[in-house]
Design a protein around this ligand. Structure first.
Ligand code: AKG
Length: 262
């Protein structure tokens, strides 16, 4: 099955060995520095709130004194090869929305929870269901250490919940959001691989099988009003940096989203 059809049927695709080791080393070096700064600034929240991710790694606050690395990072994560690959896969204009880093929670008591990304927003579930077929919000997960770090329910990007899935996601009728769900697929990834999956399919992390996790996540997608309201343009290259971006496609469209907001 070709990659576009596989995404259409399953809601995810894995591109194995997409990045070469040198690219992963460069991404890791920059991510590690940002992650260290974030942990220093968020050490209490990390423990008290049992955080499993940080976001906005391209924010200027992470590049004070490291200005040259910002452009390098923008080029590494929106490489000519990746932009072209997503264009061929989805045949639609994609914009750069944000970045995240996923890691294990501080305590082993925290359980991974099934969700669709927008369920923690104020957008009504019925509205999300109605818009599902019009949305293409993607995660590009780039593991920086080997992991079996995420579980997905294939095809749940093309349908809404079964009764059980709804009960589990929303912890209704005595269910909890960390129960097993039928049909789940645990994804094994190596550094160099990229997993592309729909942010609105049902998914959860897996912590227990991984002594540690460090997965960079690119949030990308087709413009849609439900997600554009969460867009923060501070994470975009500035005008000067734009001159040094090799493939501006995702950032150009993101700047249009920003202009439409202001
Ligand atoms: O890796 C995780 O813990 C969860 C991943 C996730 O929820 C996401 O990518 O939206």
């Amino acid at each position: 099955m070709d990659a576009s059809k596989q995404f259409e049927t399953q809601g995810h695709i894995i591109l194995r060995k997409f990045f070469d080791p040198e690219e992963i080393d460069q991404i890791t070096r920059i991510v590690d520095r940002i992650y260290r700064q974030w942990k220093t600034d968020n050490c209490h929240a990390l423990i008290e709130q049992q955080l499993i991710n940080m976001h906005s790694l391209t924010h200027p606050k992470y590049f004070q004194g490291y200005g040259h690395e910002r452009v390098q990072f923008f080029n590494l994560i929106a490489s000519v090869k990746l932009v072209k690959t997503l264009d061929q896969l989805f045949h639609t204009d994609i914009y750069f929305h944000n970045t995240q880093l996923f890691f294990n929670p501080y305590s082993q008591d925290k359980q991974p929870y099934w969700h669709r990304d927008l369920q923690y927003s104020l957008i009504d579930d019925a509205v999300q269901a109605a818009e599902q077929q019009n949305m293409l919000s993607l995660h590009g997960r780039i593991p920086l250490v080997a992991e079996k770090g995420v579980e997905l329910i294939p095809h749940s990007h093309r349908r809404w919940d079964t009764d059980l899935e709804r009960n589990v996601r929303f912890e209704l009728n005595g269910h909890s959001n960390h129960e097993s769900l039928p049909g789940a697929v645990l994804i094994a990834l190596e550094p160099g691989d990229i997993l592309i999956f729909s942010a609105q399919m049902i998914h959860r992390g897996n912590y227990a099988l991984n002594p540690s996790r460090k997965a960079l996540d690119l949030c990308l997608g087709k413009r849609h009003t439900l997600v554009e309201s969460f867009f923060d343009p501070t994470g975009l290259p500035n005008d000067d940096e734009m001159n040094y971006i090799c493939d501006r496609t995702w950032y150009d469209l993101a700047q249009k989203v920003a202009a439409a907001q202001s």
